[in-house]
Design a protein around this ligand. Structure first.
Ligand code: MN
Length: 234
């Protein structure tokens, strides 16, 4: 048995609806620009016939559970919400066809991809990596995983309110690349593993939060998510 210089950090994990066991989280993948109206509001419209999906990753230690209060992060004055459907994988797969992609799915969750938009856009416009904008501590929020083994979700309302006001409202049927297509494409580059989470992109209406804001999101057939924005940390 190995010994370590210090106690290793705990395995990131999420609760599972109706089970005592938790889902151990492996990697966090995020799809960029996967709803046309959001791509347009970012000034980067997507032509699916000529483009492939693209991805960024965040550290698994950035995961926080729905219901948390997170500190307003350092280094930004434009911290934004992105409400997203999260796919949790339960089986491994590499170079998986879209027709078989559903075999990898364990279940789904509601997610928030919290973003330092000012730093993300500055990096984007300089051709630099997005990490300071996206891989923010405590920025990958997820609700409990709802087991739906081998099921593809292809429609259903996705919405987010801030302080009771609806800010994002769309439908999963507006995903540019659907879940099977994302798994097919992502598995061309990665040996996908059980516990990998895929945040599938946000619809239009993203916006900034401030300390004291209360976020509530829901996805039809999946559930609800909430987050509170606390004081800046030290
Ligand atoms: Mn996102």
């Amino acid at each position: 048995m190995s010994t370590y210089l210090w106690t290793p950090p705990p395995t990131p994990s999420l609760p599972i609806l109706g089970r005592e066991e938790r889902l151990p989280v492996n990697r966090l993948f995020f799809v960029g620009r996967n709803y046309h109206a959001h791509a347009a509001e970012m000034g980067r419209p997507v032509n699916k016939a000529q483009e492939s999906p693209f991805y960024f990753t965040k550290s698994p230690c950035s995961l926080v559970e729905s219901g948390a209060t997170v500190a307003y992060p350092p280094g930004t004055s434009n911290f934004q919400f992105e409400m997203e459907l999260v796919v949790a994988l339960g089986e491994p797969g590499f170079q998986v066809s879209a027709a078989r992609a559903h075999e990898l799915i364990y279940g789904y969750a509601c997610g928030l991809d919290m973003t330092r938009r000012d730093l993300q856009l500055a990096a984007r416009d300089k051709g630099r990596p997005w990490d300071l904008g996206k891989d923010v501590e405590a920025s990958s929020v997820a609700s409990a995983i709802v087991p739906m083994p081998k099921q593809l979700l292809d429609s259903g309302e996705i919405a987010l309110s801030v302080n009771g006001q609806v800010r994002q409202s769309s439908d999963l049927n507006k995903l540019i690349w659907n879940i099977a297509e994302i798994i097919e494409d992502l598995s061309r580059y990665y040996h996908l593993q059980p516990g990998d989470l895929v945040y599938t992109g946000t619809p239009e209406g993203v916006g900034a939060v401030v300390t004291g804001d209360h976020l509530e999101g829901h996805i039809a057939g999946v559930g609800r998510i909430s987050l509170d924005i606390g004081l800046a940390g030290r």
